[in-house]
Design a protein around this ligand. Sequence first.
Ligand SMILES: CC(C)(COP(=O)(O)OP(=O)(O)OC[C@H]1O[C@@H](n2cnc3c(N)ncnc32)[C@H](O)[C@@H]1OP(=O)(O)O)[C@@H](O)C(=O)NCCC(=O)NCCS
Length: 210
Amino acid sequence: MSEGSEETVMEETAMIEVKRGDELGEGYRRGIAEVFVEGFGDDLRYFAEDPAELAAAIDHMLVLERFHVALIDGRPAALASLTEGGQEAVDHDARTLRRHLGLVKGTIANRVFRTHFQGNSVEPEPGRVEIGFVASARRFRGQGAAKAVLNHLLALPEYDEYTLEDIKDTNEPALRLYERVGFHEYKRRRANHSRWSGFEAYVSMKLTQS
Ligand SMILES: CC(C)(COP(=O)(O)OP(=O)(O)OC[C@H]1O[C@@H](n2cnc3c(N)ncnc32)[C@H](O)[C@@H]1OP(=O)(O)O)[C@@H](O)C(=O)NCCC(=O)NCCS
């Protein structure tokens, strides 16, 4: 794989290239947010049922330089964040959330996003990094876009220890994908309310390069 933050992979049917969000620029912010919403919108449906409305509410919070995006035919198809210790991939603004979602839902979103989307768990150490927010757009699933983002991140020369935290134990596509690129489980913690949430545990995975 080439060094640097850009690479092109020829797939059977589509050309996939991976670029960092800030290289793509502000013109891609909404498109990147739409992929984020396709990945995590089900969990966020309480805040806005309409995916376009949700993307408009949350696009400001994506720290573009922390997101790496696979493009298929030039369109954002998959993404993942990469954060070193102390860095955040998401930085929301409470007032913007309230403007889009209204006073009550915006205030709740502010709290929920702070607890669930922030708080990097990686100890700051050279070479150590966390991957998060792995998602692909529905129409591009199964085409290797998410895998291309992960392989791109794993080829970055400055890192050798990668973690993925708190994957639901029922998320077969994600677990399979992470195993395929070389991650293995290193931690598992029981989920609260597993009876109604539909899953038993959160799995954390790690990949260390020699
Ligand atoms: C998980 C997710 C990112 C996979 O994206 P994708 O673009 O379909 O993945 P890819 O096309 O790159 O697939 C690569 C590998 O993933 C696995 N995979 C993908 N979809 C799968 C599915 N439905 N069932 C089982 N394995 C699957 C396969 O092992 C595949 O490897 P292969 O091509 O060697 O067979 C996507 O399903 C998604 O966005 N889910 C919602 C958000 C989410 O749950 N993110 C993970 C949070 S931890």
